[in-house]
Design a protein around this ligand. Structure first.
Ligand code: PMM
Length: 307
């Protein structure tokens, strides 16, 4: 587990010390669970700062909802929502900012405004996306999605969801590298809820180890998603504990980054899960001097990146 570095602009994120937290900042009227809350610019900026204070390692800013059934947003409108927020946050917080977009034009403007990561749920479907990322030296998240947000939840089908998602991500890694993006700038994500039934999501989460074989940082985004609502029969506003359960599982299985709305409670969950998951390191004889021998490596709030 671990040891991976993810290069994003001039920063290097250490994905090996502890599970990193990407805090979600949706500047949209209709996102999956926080739509409308941060459409107000000042409220969005304040929330981004709050998430960093609470321990977010990355702030992910999005201006287009990709919830099931959602309509695309014109590039100008998307850019108008996110650019002032990214610009303000870039000068106020010390952590990398990612732009959650499928559009190369929005990514380009966001990178110019101070973002250093592109979180692309369409994995470079826009033919200009890879050149934009390469030229900026940005980090890039390649996520799996079946179809597009408008229709993806209409009877998604796979023969073997884990094998197919893995093959897709491997293919996109290859294409990104052929486009000149350095391998250590690439991160992969199975895309929980993006063209997947409950069973598909559970299979992917169960088999995260297979996705780790791709050799890149693994990002997972279970936060408040429908599969948790289905399992617990709870609305979006009551999915924190379910999210915490999913995050704990992901961290224990070796995921490097989790994308979440509730940064503070999730950092607390990870402080414990990481300590347990990383305490043994294959040896049972030198596990410390007692039951409270102190936290294991990376359980504190130590910085996860270096310039
Ligand atoms: N999920 C959403 C949006 N962007 N990006 C990545 N990399 N992974 C995800 O799982 C993901 C994403 C949808 O959730 P939201 O509407 O609550 O942000």
């Amino acid at each position: 587990m671990g040891g991976l570095i993810w290069r994003c602009g001039d920063l290097s994120l250490d994905c090996g010390q502890r599970t990193l937290v990407m805090g979600i900042l949706n500047v949209t009227p209709d996102s999956f669970s926080d739509g409308g809350r941060y459409l107000d610019r000042e409220a969005a900026i304040a929330h981004g700062i709050r998430m960093v204070d609470e321990g977010a390692d990355i702030v992910d800013v999005g201006g287009e909802s990709t919830r099931p059934g959602s309509d695309p947003v014109p590039a100008e409108q998307e850019a108008e929502r996110v650019l002032p927020v990214i610009e303000a946050l870039a000068s106020k917080v010390p952590v990398p900012i990612s732009i959650d977009t499928r559009k190369a034009s929005v990514a380009k403007a966001a990178l110019a405004a101070g973002a250093t990561i592109v979180n692309d749920v369409a994995a470079g479907a826009d033919p200009d996306m890879f050149p934009v990322v390469r030229e900026a030296g940005a980090g890039l998240v390649l996520m799996h999605m079946l179809g597009d947000p408008k229709t993806m939840q209409i009877e998604p089908r796979y023969d073997d969801v884990v094998a197919e998602v893995k093959a897709f991500l491997r293919g996109r890694l290859e294409v990104a590298e052929l486009a000149g993006i350095e391998p250590d700038r690439l991160c992969v994500d199975p895309g929980i809820g993006f063209g997947k039934t409950l069973e598909h999501n559970l299979a992917l989460l169960h088999h995260l180890d297979e996705l780790l074989e791709l050799g890149r940082p693994l990002l997972v985004g279970p936060s408040r998603k429908r599969f948790i609502g289905t399992l617990l029969d709870l609305p979006e506003t009551e999915r924190l504990e379910g999210t915490a359960g999913a995050v704990a599982w992901c961290a224990a299985k070796g995921a490097h980054i989790v994308r979440v709305h509730d940064v503070l409670p999730i950092r607390r969950v990870l402080g414990v899960v990481d300590a347990i998951a990383r305490s043994d390191a294959g040896s049972r004889s030198d596990a410390g001097s007692g039951p409270d021998a102190g936290p294991g490596p990376g359980t504190g709030t130590s910085s996860s990146f270096s310039a």
